[in-house]
Design a protein around this ligand. Sequence first.
Ligand code: NAD
Ligand code: DAU
Length: 351
Amino acid sequence: MSFAKNILITGGAGFIGSHTVRRFVNTYPDYHIYNLDALTYAGNLENLIDIEDKKNYTFIQGDIRNEKYINDIFNEYRFDSVIHLAAESHVDRSINDPLAFAKTNVLGTMVLLNAFLSLWKGDWEEKRFYHISTDEVYGSLGETGQFTEITAYDPNSPYSASKASSDHFVRAYGETYGLPYVITNCSNNYGPNQFPEKLIPLFINNIIHNKPLPVYGEGINTRDWLYVIDHAMAIDLVFHKGMIKETYNIGGFNEWKNIDLVKMLCKQMDEKLGRKKGRGEELITYIKDRPGHDLRYAIDATKINKELGWSPTVTFEEGLSQTIDWYLNNTDWLKNVTSGAYQNYYKAQYH
Ligand code: NAD
Ligand code: DAU
């Protein structure tokens, strides 16, 4: 059977990648979706059990740092589009091992760009390279203001520096070689299947097990939260309608100070677990701040809203409630990902 498009999605076994792969496989039966993932600690094929037998879906285990392998699969499958999500994604891990972030996020992205370039050699009709990035490239805001698409890059963590660098390479390949790219910079995602090293799933897991909730610093840092399924919808829209060589910011219009978010999470968890009011909050423990901790992120998502008609569909209260329910109903998933290497990571991070 021939397909209208052969799309490579990288990092499709991870958090946002798995929701993106599911959306494309289910919505576009005439596209063939190839999910390339190295299955690092963050990649998990259990995230995609419901679509693994679909005829328009193929999983490929492979590493974007491996140049020969990546060139071979581009020649074999002739991907006409790439949606690139594979990355090392956790800021705390980047502080402990910055080089690993440069290798995957910068060099891995360049390997993909080169493979795409060598395959199509300027024949760009109906082709596109969609690079998924983050709002962290813009650095930190004070009490006011928002990031727009023309805010200057000012990354502060090794993670955000590596993502900023990859964004620059994508743009440079567009200017220098004419490679048809589009980039989106999104705010903090939350939802089902997020690895419990990130704030929301980590704290849900700790509340379930009555463990301390390690809030960095004074808990006053502010993030803009977006439900992951709304992000996957935005990715679909930008992939199909986004203008080549453009950047779009994606955000939830939903800023929360960490401590306020944690208190709301505790309240919802107390109710869902049938625990006495205030039990969750008793677990809050203020610990040493993250080095270089950005104070505040806020996205101005006017461009994607006005030009492509996207806006979030899920309120934070609903999304958080659905997320908690998902973790409470998938304790085996949580147990599997928190056994083994996770225990060592957790001890080293939180002593
Ligand atoms: P994640 O850590 O959950 O998943 C990353 C995936 O990439 C995993 O499946 C992992 O196995 C795979 N991967 C890692 N290194 C690889 C390599 N060398 N080769 C092939 N695969 C590899 O990440 P996420 O939170 O889903 O983020 C996905 C993308 O979205 C990243 O590029 C991230 O920078 C970006 N992003 C994330 C957020 C967020 O809030 N999580 C927000 C904005 C942008
Ligand atoms: O803004 C988009 C970015 O959001 C993505 O690019 C990253 O991939 C993603 O990991 C996320 O980065 P953050 O550093 O904002 O997310 P994290 O969940 O690690 O932390 C959210 C906030 O909570 C941040 O201010 C740090 C704080 N925090 C986090 C952890 C893990 C704590 O106070 N305690 C914790 O244990």
